[in-house]
Design a protein around this ligand. Structure first.
Ligand code: PRP
Ligand code: URA
Length: 207
């Protein structure tokens, strides 16, 4: 449990390109998707399996199936680009969209959408948001998931500030948080320094 920094060389290299102010929306989306694949590979390491059998052209082999449903929870908007990558790795996962934005003045999360399947208590849940800044948004999402019965919850973020990581560790010590980079601090506007700017705006060209 706690915050894990997944600092694989491929992730470090791809984050360097992601941070670059010259990287355009198309490449930015591709990089978010690719980094998510690498984070998810690490975050799914302990996924429960059940045994099965498979016929090869030669003989019967022991095989494995993932035991239980997987639920991806992208935090809109920026989490959408992550879920695209995650679905390439696990196409049968269910997706629950969660709309929350951070109010610019108060920096507090404001929910505007949530669409969940039933019985999430039995599912392996992976929440996705590229930015963990104050931690207010992801703290809110995890609270919500627990309120509606979520138990096995993991969080994937690309860049974290120390403030957001500490907040999640304190309020949800029972969950694993996988981040690709731990940056230095938050500036006066609540942006991560050095960070990558506003993830939603860079993904969708809305600045
Ligand atoms: C960004 C980001 C997180 C949140 C992080 O979303 O994608 O959801 O800010 O900040 P926090 O840790 O301080 O809560 P934003 O509110 O800009 O919404 P958007 O994705 O729609 O642009
Ligand atoms: N949200 C972003 O998109 N970027 C930050 O640096 C902080 C919050």
């Amino acid at each position: 449990m706690g915050v894990h920094i997944v600092d694989h060389p491929l992730i470090k290299y791809k984050i360097t390109m992601l941070r670059d102010v010259e990287t355009g929306a198309k490449e930015f989306r591709e990089l978010v998707s690719e980094i998510t694949l690498l984070l998810l590979y690490e975050a799914t390491r302990g996924l429960p399996l059940k045994e099965t059998e498979v016929e090869t052209p030669i003989a019967t082999a022991k095989g494995y199936l993932i035991d239980g449903d997987i639920l991806f929870v992208p935090v809109l908007r920026a989490g959408l680009a992550m879920v695209e990558g995650a679905l390439k790795l696990i196409p049968n996962a269910k997706v629950a969209h969660f709309g929350v934005y951070r109010d610019h003045a108060s920096l507090r999360p404001v929910q505007y959408f949530a669409k969940f399947p039933s019985n999430i208590g039995d599912m392996n849940i992976f929440v996705m948001d590229p930015m963990l800044a104050t931690g207010g948004s992801l703290d809110y999402v995890v609270d919500y998931l627990k309120d509606i019965g979520g138990k096995n919850i993991k969080v994937l973020a690309i860049i974290s500030a120390p403030e957001g990581a500490s907040r999640l560790e304190k309020s949800h010590p029972d969950i694993d948080v996988y981040v690709a980079a731990m940056d230095q601090y938050l500036n006066d506007q609540g942006y991560i320094v050095p960070g990558l700017g506003d993830a939603g705006d860079r993904l969708y060209g809305t600045k």
